[in-house]
Design a protein around this ligand. Sequence first.
Ligand code: XMP
Length: 514
Amino acid sequence: MTAQTHDKVIILDFGSQVTQLIARRVRESGVYCELLPFSTPLTDIRARAPKAIILSGGPASVTEKDSPRIPKGLLDMGVPVLGICYGLQAMCDELGGKVETSDKREFGRAAIQLDDSKLFSGVLKKEVWMSHGDSVTALPPGFSAIARTNTCPYAAIADEKRKFYGVQFHPEVVHTPDGARMLKNFLLNIAGCRADWTMAAFRDEIIAKIREQVGKGRVICGVSGGVDSTVVAALLHEAVGDRLTCIFVDTGLMRHNEAAEVVGLFRDHFNIPLIHEDAGALFLDRLADVDDPEQKRKIIGKTFIDVFTGAEKKAGEAEFLAQGTLYPDVIESVSPHGGPAVTIKSHHNVGGMPKDVKFKIVEPLRMLFKDEVRALGRELGIPEKFIGRHPFPGPGLAIRIPGAVTAEKVSILQKADAIFIEELHKNNLYNETWQAFAVLLPVKTVGVMGDGRTYDHVLALRAVTSVDGMTADFAALPHDFLGHVAARIVNEVRGINRVVYDITSKPPGTIEWE
Ligand code: XMP
């Protein structure tokens, strides 16, 4: 699925850690783009009719024989090209310039002197982020330098006639304050792309595409209350109306009141047909006395599928299954040394659906990043509460109750967690954290309340900041805030008499406790 009506930019990935950032900056400037591995055959690139091409950075060195190269013929397509770092070096090498390995790597901020070039129009902050070992030492014919730093005479180069540009620095990172402006200049002023990639336009387009794919067919969509599945369901409903049935497997392991909110959103707010499988008792029954985390995950995964499969039958005959796959799951990532491209999959897919050959798959979010999914959700009128909600694991509270899970423990944890989350909202800290939750520990400690001695559970609070959940820092929540939350929990939730705060980052810790 691609957005044919938009001008399209291709980003060729040479393995940089920040290639996805380039894609996001491009889309933020209103231009649609796709990310492809550097090894993509030229015919595939041509078939996409790109209006501009960006070559990403990468960890390899063009001075090595087997390092990644620009696809043969790419630079003859007559399409404007911007090379970033390794991309610039690969372009130079290809066009007859010279690239050499210097003895020291240049890494960090650098002041830059800019010539009068279209690439720099409106750029005010003369500061860039450098991260390279190799440098261009001789320019290819037709090129000239358009920017330099103290250590790098070819910090940016151009062959304005062919519209080939190269920057040794990284315009896509925030440490290059006017980098987004430079990218926009390249896309709009140099390559002439139209800035018409908006969520409103995408919504109309995607709805038309879904209708084309589904025809008169029926669609099933699993929903969890998470933003991705909610957006998928809302889109599908606009596209095919009542030929969509949503299935909500309620594990009984969700946050306080969450199941009721999901049902309310679908039935009342959107009026989407929803099968609510209230399977809490079954999940608890199968989890009884199980305390190994992986075992819990397996049981929950299997039970989820059993319940979902049962619900499918109630939904009637459907040919299609809608899924909330996002672009980062689709992009083929390039291994650092230009080796074979591999698809990196999340290691957490519990609660996801097995590949079911019975269904044809509809994946309307395949081309979107998470922040774009949120923007689309707003466009579709999904309440902010669902859009900005922290991520929640498929196995739910079962992995936040180390040891055996019981109905009583789930209920205690839900109450404590709800207080923490409510206070985060009240104190404008919810959006400052990436994920925050409570963990009910299988440890009892002594306390005093009033005149009596208590012997109750310890509760751990966990809050982290993160970009993608792969790494995370513990959130530095104010002490008085934490003290207030702890006091409320101990006073209001029976069964907890002590609260601790987890100050471990990831790595070495994980975000969840199990
Ligand atoms: P960890 O604990 O590995 O978590 O640092 C990273 C992110 O993944 C979520 N998570 C899961 N999500 N099924 C899921 O759907 C799981 O089994 C699972 N385990 C962890 C976690 O909440 C965090 O956002």
